[in-house]
Design a binder for this molecule. Sequence first.
Ligand SMILES: C[S@@+](CC[C@H](N)C(=O)[O-])C[C@H]1O[C@@H](n2cnc3c(N)ncnc32)[C@H](O)[C@@H]1O
Length: 238
Amino acid sequence: MNIRKYRFAGEDIRADIRDRIGYDGPLLDIYAAHDGTVVNKWHHYLPLYDRYFARFRGTAVRFLEIGVSKGGSLEMWRDYFGPDAQITGIDIDPACAQYDGHAARVRIGSQDDPAFLARVVDEMGGLDLVLDDGSHRMEHIETSLRTLFPSLAPDGVYAIEDLHTAYWRRYGGGFGNRANFFNTVRSMIDRMHRWYHDHEAQTVDIGAPVGGIHIHDSFVVLDRGLDAPPVHSKIGTA
Ligand SMILES: C[S@@+](CC[C@H](N)C(=O)[O-])C[C@H]1O[C@@H](n2cnc3c(N)ncnc32)[C@H](O)[C@@H]1O
């Protein structure tokens, strides 16, 4: 699969996002007018970021981005979340250390190293928001998720992007392959509904309850949820 055919070939990024995607929120200007180090994004991610991350703007959100690359996305997030946000980026590439202390804190290590991740979370004092834009390998995505999700605040959010790789063998995925991350997502749906069937033992436990699962093209968002059975009641007169 050659995804070069999806590379934006026009001149006006802003117009494409505004007119074709239909997004005119704050990330439009922040992204389209970005003149710092390189950041590249699929255009349809911008409204998704804003939809799920907006409530953290202007707060002291503890935000972890997996995957720093040229540091451009950390600059974008600083512009978006504001001066009080505690932003940390991690990357396996030691060259990314040069971005430490610019828009964010940067730590070097692998997203599939639970001890490293635990040190990062410890330094951050917890987590409110995670964006996995790292290796995009199935086993790495799973290890990071299982390690970091239980550290999320009770109303925390965990987003994973570029999940088209779930369909690609070279990322450990593949159509119909058991390791395809969307099979894990499917199992998380089954676990969320464990109250209604007898197969909890066959479901994936990522160490903390999942309250919501939002699936978009290549982009999954998981809300931390309650660890309490559902209740229903009847109210009103007959
Ligand atoms: C898609 S780029 C990140 C782009 C950046 N977030 C942006 O939007 O500009 C992916 C990054 O993940 C890093 N990476 C690859 N494997 C990794 C791993 N095992 N742990 C942490 N980072 C990894 C790469 O070095 C690369 O910089």
